[in-house]
Design a protein around this ligand. Structure first.
Ligand code: SF4
Ligand code: SF4
Length: 423
């Protein structure tokens, strides 16, 4: 085991290999507040990469209804349970949020790599604590869709009263869209006895070499997010490849410029923003103030990693849903939840402008610029003053080409009378 810095945990941790970081890292943000569960992302991925024989139950992108849904079923609860058994009562956060090396304080519990040592199976200790889902758990990708949770009983024929009040709804659910997190410390890679999994030095995308893989499914067992899949027809494991030809700029639709993945580009709700971020030698993010991902994650701090306590340093980040009970969200996204929701609920001028970049262009935005516009609206949001300015935000591609220009106030299109809707 080596000692590596996991900045999401604010400390060093054990990992089976020495640290090795790419120059830039594939990363993404999903704004849960905007997801409508339409599954366009899921189908965009499926129709591009996993439509062949043997891939029927392979959903590299899936959208599950939380808290009951999950693919495979119970994936997160089962992993959380294993960690709790390995470290009863100890899976806690402490310390204070400070710099880029500890933005959420310090995690004092055990990661899947650290907890593995206390679970010695018939084959000895695993490199990461995990479990192999059953066929039944893989069989229904969207079980419990739209299924809410709540303590209060409704009355037949009446709308439930108070259920919609913030800060926490009494009946709630939310859609959690997921892909492989292309982790900085991938558990799948750590667990593979064939060294078939690798992290690309050019963009940190994690791939399975199909020539080397023998289908032992150690990756499936170890990945705490359960994002590798076994294919019976080839007897190998497969996973999300982050649409790497698009990220490399090889999709002709991008005119040679790096493009976002298919699931990002197809998102109806404009909840997704994917990019490439620059890394320091120690794996922390290089300051890049006007890269939208850097801004949302490290400056505004509205986007948080999914289950950072697992220890893989996932590169998928989420703006947490405002209406969901905080203890649930804190278990899922760590201690940054309160500050993230406060900031998102009454966004400042810059945040409101940057949020307009989601879903505006398929090409990757590397830098933004804001041109100030007039004040158009003023109100109070839970005791805080909120003012909206009609600023213009401009996004630039890798080579400086302008790819986005949009305003905070959405343009209103009025259908001319001669084309009136006749339906
Ligand atoms: S999410 Fe799972 S499959 Fe993807 S890189 Fe991380 S550990 Fe590997
Ligand atoms: S396409 Fe976007 S809005 Fe629709 S389910 Fe996927 S992430 Fe949610």
């Amino acid at each position: 085991m080596s000692n590596v810095l996991n900045w999401q945990l604010g400390r060093e941790m054990d990992y089976p290999y020495d640290a090795a970081y790419p120059d830039q890292q594939f990363a993404f943000i999903f704004n849960i507040n905007r997801c409508i569960g339409c599954q366009s992302c899921t189908m965009a991925c499926k129709s591009t990469w996993t439509f062949s024989k043997g891939q029927e139950y392979m959903w590299w992108n899936n959208v599950e209804t939380k808290p009951y849904g999950g693919y495979p079923h119970h994936w997160d609860v089962k992993t959380l349970d294993l960690l709790e058994q390995a470290n009863p009562g100890g899976q806690n956060w402490g310390g204070v949020a400070k710099d880029l090396k500890a933005p959420y304080g310090q995690f004092n519990g055990k990661t899947v790599f650290e907890a593995a040592k206390s679970f010695i199976g018939p084959e000895g200790a695993n490199r990461a604590l995990g479990y192999l889902p059953t066929d039944e758990e893989w069989s229904a990708p969207n079980r419990y869709e739209d299924h809410p949770v709540g303590n209060e009983k409704g009355v037949k024929g009446q709308y439930f009263k108070g259920g919609e009040l913030l800060p926490e709804h009494k009946t709630w659910f939310f859609y959690l869209a997921r892909i492989c997190n292309h982790c900085s410390y991938p558990a799948c890679l750590a667990a593979c006895p064939r060294n078939a999994i690798y992290k690309r030095p050019e963009d940190g995308i994690v791939l399975i070499d199909q020539e080397r893989c023998r289908g032992y499914r150690k990756c499936m067992e170890a990945c705490p997010y359960k994002k590798t899949f076994y294919r019976g027809t080839t007897r190998t494991s497969e996973k999300c490849i982050a649409c790497f030809p698009r990220v490399e700029g090889k999709d002709q639709a991008g005119g040679g410029l790096p493009m976002q993945t298919r699931c990002m580009a197809a998102c109806i709700g404009h909840i997704r923003l994917q990019g490439l971020v620059q890394l320091n030698k120690d794996g922390t993010w290089k300051e890049d103030r006007y890269n939208p991902l850097y801004y949302l994650i490290h400056v505004a701090k509205v986007a948080l990693p999914l289950y950072p306590q697992f220890g893989t340093e996932p590169n998928g980040y989420y703006i947490p849903p405002r209406w969901v009970p905080r203890p649930y969200l804190k278990q899922m996204f760590g201690p940054g939840v309160d500050a993230a929701i406060d900031k998102y609920s009454a966004p400042d001028r810059e945040l409101l402008a940057v949020l307009q970049l989601f879903g505006k262009d398929q090409r990757i935005c590397f830098r933004y610029e804001i041109k100030e516009g007039p004040k158009v609206f003023e109100t109070e949001v839970r005791g805080k003053k909120f003012a909206m300015f009609n600023d213009t935000i401009i996004g630039y591609a890798k080579d400086g080409t302008k790819i986005i220009e949009t305003t905070v106030e959405e343009p209103l299109h009025v259908r001319p009378e001669k084309h009136a809707n006749s339906i």
